[in-house]
Ligand binder design. Sequence first.
Ligand code: MTE
Length: 326
Amino acid sequence: MLIRRPPAFALRDNAVTPQSAWLNRRHVLAALAAAGGSLALPERAAARGAPPQDAFAPLKSTPTAYTVADPPTPWEAVTTYNNYYEFGTGKGDPARRSGRYVTRPWSVTVEGEAHKTGTFALEDLIDFNALEERIYRHRCVEAWSMVIPWVGVPLGPVLHRFAPTSHARFVQFFTRWERKNMPGTFWPVLKWPYREGLRLDEAMHPLAFLAVGVYGRVLPNQNGAPLRLVVPWKYGYKSIKSIDRIVFTRNQPQTSWNMSNPREYGFYSNVNPHVDHPRWSQASERVIGPQTGLAGALARRKTQMFNGYGDAVARLYAGMDLRKYH
Ligand code: MTE
């Protein structure tokens, strides 16, 4: 359920999981604020002897209208129960096996139907002084869900800066494929590099978000460092991790899951409790959280149309048969 409330970061402290990193963050942020830092670059943090080098300064206070009511899923679950097939298909594989993957410095190449294309440093793509926190529900196609406090910027304005041409109707994203440090890609489980796509109007929707952090910290590798997409009304697999290429296209682009099994994974992939996955129901979901433990199956909730964001996004699909365009 969506409620209108003050900025996400203004949540009461006790509404947020009391995990050590989160508590620690408050000290780090205070130190950073005192130092006038916006993003704790490793060198600076090291130079000051600051504790973690991966915390962001206090976040921008722009109110967001879309925040889920439920408390965020604990940090431990968010960062150890992941899907990131480049590092393996097990939920614990990404946290265990992504350590060698280096995500700074980072650049993103922009191509296709846009007036401004080229390769851009991450810091030129994302304004680290304008970061926001968005607490979104995260619904995996495997019928489990989390509530995650992301840090980042809305996707639309970032794309807008590249001035898509009048022919651009879609946008495709690619994950950087580094065979050596991505042990999961030795097997053709999916089409590598991992790729995803959105219709341009979906991508421009104010809910679509580019995350560089989670729980106030720089994204851990397993969560998609240094840059991932978050599209909260779609199944989690649309939220591609470690983006290094963005392509504006005229035609509907290929997406990894759809290429591997088009019957099971459509291009749109909107959360829809009325359209089951061919092998399981999508009517409800297992809530990953402290009550259930990481692999628990106790807490379930009914899945909501568009993951509860219908008021905001249903108009994007007016007149479309969502069974056909699943
Ligand atoms: N991005 C890449 N590059 N590779 C992946 O395997 N898995 C997707 C998506 N993005 C995936 C990916 C799937 S299936 C899900 S549910 C979400 O990431 C999981 O995000 P999380 O691990 O941060 O919860």
